[in-house]
Design a binder for this molecule. Structure first.
Ligand code: AMP
Length: 279
């Protein structure tokens, strides 16, 4: 496994592989866990050369304190990646990705007006800025993203379609801790007590799946909100039940779409997201 910080070094290394080799790419912000590694393992099983990027992208943080607090654990990340058999780790500094401020403005229509788009203004523009740059730099055949960030995946697919990127986007299932808590780099910022209580989020989502016969969409959203908020460690930011394509809130269970329940919840100062597919 080779660690590179510069785009030129990355290109140099990529040139040393066969030109017919397929490139698999896993963009991350580091502080890796089994969720990230599942993406890397899938990339290794499906492509010839696997590139993992580790870059805490400043343009996608709408809260400077969140950026400051974000965990950075490069040494342990590298040890974990080494074991997976990944070929190249690309860990640039910000000036390598943004030699000039990125002033591009992306539009995603209705997709960006709900949930994370609504509560984190500018977040998806930053995600699109960095992922589009990384796609240009790495030129992957396949890129792997987790369903944990359900809306991000929809945004990336939309961006690929808008700009005709020659990359196949592969969606990977959510990996959870034994308690059910969706794995996240931000879990490292929780105290032991907070982490224990945070599992209420996924338990509530799992249970909610069994209640769709008894409750209307709005009643179920209210039940999820109240159940999570009852826990003194947790405060719901939003609960939405949306269709899986346009991510617009559904009004009735009769709508003929796959339905996904997405939540954002504060556990102390740490903002956690999770989701579950209903059918
Ligand atoms: P991040 O480092 O948080 O930007 O995440 C990098 C990639 O890993 C994104 O595609 C995430 O959706 C994915 N990811 C993060 N957590 C999980 C998880 N628990 N299960 C599956 N994929 C995940």
């Amino acid at each position: 496994m080779l660690l590179v910080n510069k785009i030129t070094a990355l290109h140099e290394k990529l040139k040393s592989f066969n030109s017919s080799d397929t490139i698999g790419f896993v963009p991350t912000m580091g502080a890796l866990h089994e969720g990230h590694l599942s993406l890397v393992k899938q990339a290794i099983s499906e492509t010839d050369v696997v590139v993992v990027s580790i870059f805490v992208n400043p343009t996608q943080f709408n809260d400077p304190k969140d950026l400051e607090r974000y965990p950075r654990t490069l040494e342990t990340d590298l040890k974990m990646l080494e074991k997976t058999g990944c070929h190249i780790v690309f860990a640039p500094v910000a000036a390598e990705i943004y030699p000039n401020p990125d002033t591009r403005v992306f539009t995603f229509g209705n997709l960006e007006n709900v949930m994370e788009g609504k509560h984190r203004p500018g977040h998806f523009n930053g995600v699109a800025q960095v992922v589009s740059k990384l796609f240009e730099i790495v030129k992957p055949h396949k890129a792997y993203f987790g369903l944990k960030d359900f809306q991000q995946l929809a945004i990336i697919k939309n961006m690929v379609a808008q700009f005709n990127f020659a990359v196949e986007i592969v969606s990977c299932p959510i990996v959870r801790e034994e308690t059910g808590l969706a794995m996240s780099s931000r879990n490292e910022l929780l105290t032991v007590e907070e982490r224990k209580n945070a599992s209420i989020i996924s338990h509530t989502l799992f249970k909610s799946r069994e209640l769709t016969e008894d409750k209307s969409v709005n009643e179920l959203k209210r039940w999820i909100t109240e159940t999570i908020n009852k826990n003194p460690y947790l405060t719901v930011e939003y609960v939405e039940i949306v269709d899986d394509i346009q991510l617009q809130p559904i009004k009735s269970w009769d709508e003929k779409t796959v339905k996904v329940c997405c939540v954002a919840v504060f556990c102390g100062k740490v903002r956690l997201i999770d989701n579950i597919v209903f059918n």
